[in-house]
Structure formats: structure tokens, C-alpha cells
Write a protein that binds this ligand. Structure first.
Ligand code: FES
Length: 417
């Protein structure tokens, strides 16, 4: 299907034309001056980021298909907010978020050892293992052993402490503010509309990679926010690389995006063979029609993926399965552990394989991505060491790096509020 021929879709794309930028307008709006590295180098900035950004912005912490059944929960450890967050689907099917903190004396209700923990609350209750207080999946305190020995205890006021939680397209976001400054839909603004409608929830097979990087979180995020590095850093994982063409630059409030076009992202011959296996039919094959109308609006056949940067710490790369065989989309997220350490999480999402051959093909494509991400992450600690050394005070940014320029500007804006 050539989506450029669809009047309806073209009208949909036109609805977002006010977000489009050319290189000239990007330069006019964001400037061309070098950007200071102080926000990366200065440890004092981190405390401000915690309060003004990470405890104030909507943060993606899960997807609703990770906790599909009543009682399913996920616990996410977020050092940047000194928080352990329990996201749970209640008996009523509603997803809520709570501090994973027992209101008796503060123990974790769900013990955790990893950055993410999954489970199911049997009978829709969770029991703190310290003294046995029991909470419903709606957060209410249900029972207290030896309750009569407390003298006074207002159980109605001792439920789990709730965190603002909302969902966009199946992505679960939380906000640590007692009263978020704006609802999630408003925070996402035109981004939420432009990227709505993609079949995110169909791609329930996820391969997750993560590692702790010895660098500031913005170094990691910036490295994934541009494609200028592709011909050099990815020469190993993309041996047939012939060039790419960034395009469709968009500034969307605190968020930004651009498309990556080009026939030059060729991979190894073996990958092409596995791609052929996945492309046999419509289940995993290219589906340019599934892209929202504002993405690849002219229906170019060399569309590789859309690279949106969602403030403050999330990238969602939308693919149509053309350049990325059978792959629906992939995400990167960057969680500060402290000023100089970052938990990076990269996740590849596929539609579920229907047989062993498809599974093997997915594993192969996934391994290709792993190799590319290893190449990406290999630069970050060196970059941070270089910036910390004081040898440079500024970054020089070219047009393809406009999302870094935009993110740095938004970062400073939030810190100044
Ligand atoms: Fe949870 Fe005591 S701290 S029951």
C-alpha cells in the first residue's frame, strides 16, 4: 500500500504539519551555537534534576501488557527518586501505582533484588513479610496482625501511598508530584496524538537489555538521539552501510522527533536470510500502513524508523518492518543512578513468533541489535571521562544532532522553573 495515495491519511498528516521543521527553521529556533557541557559535568546539577525533572515529569515505567491479568504487578526501582514503585492491576482491572512501602514501618511490601520485579498478587492481596500487614491491589490496608494491640490505628488512612499514574497507548507513566502540574495527555501534547494508533500492544514479545554505564544519564541519552554516528560506530554491525538520510524534523513541546530514511542500513547476508523468513507473510512482514499518518507522511519505501525523544528520558523508535525485519519498534530509557552512573534499558518488541523458525529469526535480528547497542554504549564512558576532564567546555552540534540541542534546552528550562 502506498500511503501517499490515501487522501484520508494525507489529511491526517496535514493535521501535524505545524510540528514540521526544516534545517533552516531548526537553526533559527534552536540556534547553532555550541552547547555548554556544564549540565553533564557539574554534580550539583543532579540534585536539581531529581527535584525539577524526575519528580515532576511523567515517566514511563511499564506497559499494560506486562501486567495483563488481575493481580499482576511490576516493581520498578527508581534511584533517581529514591523510590521503589509498585504498579499493579487491581481486581477491578484498573492499573494503579503505589510506593512499594509498607505503612507500618516502611519495609518494602514486595521484596526486590533487581531493577524490575514481576509477580502476581494471589487473591489480589500483598502481604508485607516483616510483620504481615496485608494490602489489597487497590492499595487499601486490609488486615493487621494483633490489631487490637496498637491502641489506635486508623486503617482507612494507612493504605499504600498512591502515585499519580496514567496510560498512553498502553505505556504506563507515573508522576511523583503530589499534584502533577498537568495531566499526562497534556504533557505529551501533540506527541501523544502524532504517535497514537500504532499497534504497540501487538508486539508483546520483548527482548530487554540493560547495563549500568559509568556516565551521566544525558551522555547516554544524547548518544542515542542522533544518527550522525552510524557510519562510524556501526561499521561493524552494519557492514553494508551506504548512507542514511535524516528527515521530517519535528519539535513537539518538550519532545522532538525525526525520521531515518535510506536504503543503506544493510545488514549481514545471514540477517537478510532471516529477514526473508520473517517477511514471508503479513504477520511479521513490512507493514507501512500501520504507521500513524504523520509518520513517513509521503510513504517513502526507504523509511527505516522514526526516532522520537520523549522528555525527559525515553526514546521510542517506530519501524514499519521494512528496514528492521519483523521488528515493530524498540525503546531506550535512561535512568540516573547518581550523577555519574546510568541504568540504560533497551528493549526490542516483536509480534509473537508462531513457530520455531520465526523464533530463531527474531533471536537473530535481536542479536544484531544487541551488537549495535554494544557499539553505542562503548562510547559513553569515554565521552563522560572526556567531559569531566575539563578539556572541553562545549559540545559542537551539527544539524542531525538537533534533538540533543532541543533536549538540552528543555533540560535548562525545567531546571529554571
Ligand atoms: Fe510491613 Fe511491619 S513493616 S508489616
Amino acid at each position: 500500500m502506498n500511503i501517499a495515495n490515501s487522501k484520508e491519511l494525507r489529511r491526517g498528516a496535514e493535521a501535524f504539519s505545524h510540528l514540521d521543521r526544516t534545517i533552516d527553521t531548526i537553526r533559527t529556533e534552536l540556534g547553532v551555537d555550541p552547547i555548554s557541557v556544564d549540565a553533564i559535568r557539574n554534580p550539583d546539577v543532579y540534585e536539581l534534576e531529581r527535584e525539577k525533572i524526575f519528580k515532576n515529569c511523567w515517566l514511563k515505567v511499564s506497559t499494560d501488557w506486562e501486567i495483563p491479568e488481575k493481580g499482576d504487578y511490576k516493581v520498578k526501582e527508581l534511584a533517581v527518586a529514591d523510590a521503589s514503585v509498585l504498579i499493579v492491576r487491581g481486581k477491578d482491572g484498573k492499573i494503579r501505582a503505589f510506593h512499594n512501602v509498607c505503612t507500618h514501618r516502611g519495609n518494602k511490601v514486595v521484596p526486590t533484588e533487581e531493577s524490575e520485579t514481576f509477580g502476581n498478587a494471589r487473591a489480589n492481596v500483598l502481604s508485607c513479610r516483616f510483620h504481615g500487614w496485608v494490602f489489597g491491589t487497590d492499595g487499601a490496608l486490609r488486615s493487621v496482625p494483633l490489631e487490637e494491640n496498637f491502641g489506635q490505628l486508623d486503617k482507612a488512612c494507612l493504605g499504600l501511598r498512591e502515585i499519580a499514574c496514567d496510560i498512553w497507548e498502553g505505556f504506563i507513566f507515573i508522576n511523583f508530584a503530589d499534584q502533577p502540574k498537568q495531566p499526562l495527555a497534556e504533557f505529551l501534547g501533540d506527541f501523544g496524538k502524532l504517535f497514537a494508533g500504532y499497534p504497540y500492544a501487538e508486539a508483546t514479545t520483548a527482548f530487554r537489555y540493560s547495563t549500568v554505564l559509568e556516565c551521566n544519564w544525558k551522555v547516554a541519552q544524547y548518544a542515542f538521539s542522533e544518527a550522525y554516528h552510524v557510519p562510524t560506530i556501526h561499521a561493524g554491525s552494519l557492514p553494508g552501510f551506504k548512507g542514511i538520510e535524516p528527515g521530517d524534523f519535528k519539535l513537539i513541546g518538550p519532545h522532538a522527533s525525526s525520521a531515518i530514511y535510506g536504503e543503506g542500513m544493510d545488514t549481514a547476508e545471514s540477517t537478510a536470510k532471516f529477514a526473508g523468513l520473517l517477511h514471508k507473510d503479513g504477520h511479521h512482514g513490512p507493514r507501512p500502513d500501520m504507521l500513524p499518518p504523520g509518520i513517513n507522511p509521503t510513504g517513502r519505501s526507504d523509511f527505516q524508523f522514526e526516532l522520537p525523544n520523549i522528555f525527559p528520558n525515553l526514546l521510542i523508535h517506530l519501524a514499519s518492518g521494512c528496514g528492521y525485519p519483523g521488528l515493530a519498534y524498540f525503546t531506550h530509557q535512561f535512568w540516573p543512578l547518581d550523577h555519574g552512573r546510568t541504568l540504560w534499558e533497551g528493549v526490542n518488541y516483536f509480534r509473537p513468533a508462531r513457530n520455531a523458525a520465526e523464533r530463531v529469526a527474531q533471536l537473530h535480528v535481536n542479536a544484531l541489535h544487541r551488537n549495535a547497542w554494544l557499539e553505542d554504549t562503548a562510547t559513553m564512558e569515554d565521552t563522560f571521562t572526556g567531559i569531566r576532564s575539563g578539556a572541553i567546555d562545549e559540545m559542537q552540534l551539527m544539524d542531525q544532532e538537533f534533538m540533543i540541542r532541543h533536549a538540552a534546552r528543555m533540560h535548562d528550562k525545567y531546571l529554571a522553573q
